[in-house]
Every structure is written in C-alpha cells, then in structure tokens.
Design a protein around this ligand. Structure first.
Ligand SMILES: C[S@@+](CC[C@H](N)C(=O)[O-])C[C@H]1O[C@@H](n2cnc3c(N)ncnc32)[C@H](O)[C@@H]1O
Length: 259
C-alpha cells in the first residue's frame, strides 16, 4: 500500500476537524449545549458580537449565529474556514469567517465576547501563549467577557489508542502522553487508512510539530489573565448548564475573564 505524508491543513484540518468531529454521535447536541452555556453565562443577547478564536470547522460559530449573535470567527487553516462558510450557508445564517493566526489578532475593542473552545490554547511557548490572551483582551469592549474551555489538568481524559471508521477509511489515533516535568501534553501521532484511494496517510513533520499543548493550572491561567489586564476571573467545571463550580475532578476547566 502506498504511504503519503500530509501536513497540518490536509491531515489535521480535513481528517480530524471535519471528518472525525462530524461523525461523533451527538456532536450537534453538544454544540447546542455549549451555545446555551455561552449565551447565559456571558449574559449575551441577540445581535451582540462575539469572536470565535480558532473556530475549527465553525460548528459552534454557526450554532451561535443561529442563536442570533453577530459572529466573527477565524482559524489558521483555510480548509476549515472554507468548510465553516459552507456550513453557515447550509443553515442560511451569516458569520464573518476568515483565515488568521491567533498570535496576530488585530481587533480593537470590538466584541462583547470572545471564546476559545475545545482546548485550543497552549500550542506555543509561554510568551506566545500569553500573546493570545493579550489579543483576546484587546479585541473585547470594556466589560466584555472571554471564555476559555480547557481540559482540566488535574483530571485529564484517559487517552487511549482508538480506531474510528470515517468517511473514506479508518483513523488510528495514538493516545496523548503528559510530559509532567514540562507540563506539556505531547502530540498524538495518527494514521488514516484511506480505503477509497488504497493508501496510508501519515502526519508529516509540520503536522506533528504543531501538536503539543502546554497545560496550565487554574492559578497559572488566573495570573496570566490578570497580567494582560483582565479584572475578574470565574471558573466552572464544564461548559454546560446548569453551571458547576470547578474542582479537581471536573470534566473541564472553563475560565471566564472579564475585561
Ligand atoms: C482543538 S481544535 C478546536 C476547533 C474548534 N474551536 C472546535 O471546538 O471544534 C484547535 C484549532 O486551532 C486551530 N489553530 C491552531 N493553531 C492556530 C493558530 N496559530 N491560530 C489560529 N488557529 C489555530 C487549528 O487549526 C484547529 O482548528
């Protein structure tokens, strides 16, 4: 069987964020629950503006647009932005999608809220991670809220090796491993058995290198948020209603910071 290596855009974006995510049973329901949590917890009403940072294929952005918000959303992968635009069109809602890097946000006091979902934080070194928080702070209006939906570093999921049937083949996922001294969740190599084209698709160096996630504790995140200027920080145990306080065994660590 032929072996090919693909980069971030083709492998991660197309296979993980689109084909893999969209076959997860109940994922639309999950996105609706997150949407309801965001609306209520951030106190948003129709026509308020929101920035979805690293929006992936835009599934939650579209959900928020359906709820009446004025959505701007971006991701580094153009292929995901194209998919997001198609999804918005199919639901007949509008949102402003564009391809961009979260380290170089240039929005100035424009949004009532900003969100960063599914642990899309910690991909870079400490200073660059902090720059993402600075960009989010700058993008918010005075009094605006920033929500980060993160894995709970004290209760990481039990990562396992999995085989998942996807459109056009099978995805083999190796588990993430926590490098505890470095506080980094190492990238998980994956392989796609492309039965349609009779080939094995591997991740190239670019895709693999872009895959590590620096984990932060609640105290560390609080400190970083306060250093970039956020005034008030609240923590919850998941991004669903009813709200639960954050604890060591919480499913997620959901951080809400007010400018
Ligand atoms: C775990 S996914 C989450 C996607 C989406 N928020 C969701 O919940 O489905 C992380 C996303 O971050 C994007 N990403 C990675 N580096 C980025 C960067 N420097 N700027 C913007 N997006 C980035 C990836 O392309 C990917 O879509």
């Amino acid at each position: 069987m032929e072996k090919v290596e693909l980069g971030w855009n083709e492998f991660w974006a197309e296979i993980f964020r689109i084909r893999h995510r969209r076959q997860i049973p109940g994922i639309e329901h999950h996105d609706r629950l997150i949407g309801d949590f965001i609306m209520e917890t951030l106190g948003l009403k129709k026509s308020d503006s929101i920035l979805d940072i690293a929006c992936g294929a835009g599934d939650q952005s579209v959900e928020l647009a359906k709820q009446g918000l004025n959505v701007t959303a971006f991701d580094i992968a153009q292929v995901l932005i194209d998919a997001a635009k198609e999804t918005a069109e199919s639901y007949d809602v509008s949102a402003n999608f564009y391809a961009g890097d979260m380290r170089a946000m240039e929005h100035d006091s424009m949004f009532d809220a900003a969100i960063l979902l599914s642990h899309s934080f910690g991909f870079f070194d400490h200073e660059e991670n902090k720059r993402v928080l600075q960009g989010a702070y700058a993008a918010l209006k005075e009094g605006g809220c920033f929500l980060l939906d993160l894995m709970n570093p004290y209760n990481l999921p039990k990562f396992q090796r999995t085989w998942t049937p996807l459109e056009g083949g099978y995805l083999l996922n190796e588990p993430h491993v926590l490098d505890a001294p470095a506080g980094v969740l190492t990238g998980r190599p994956a392989m796609f058995i492309d039965t349609e084209n009779d080939r094995i698709v591997l991740m190239d160096e670019d895709a693999l290198s872009n895959n590590d996630i620096r984990m932060y504790t609640a105290l560390e995140i609080r400190e970083m948020l306060s250093e970039v200027g956020f005034k008030k920080v609240e923590l919850y145990g998941h991004a669903k209603l009813p709200r639960l306080p954050y604890a060591a065994n919480s499913e997620r660590m959901v951080v809400i910071a007010k400018r």
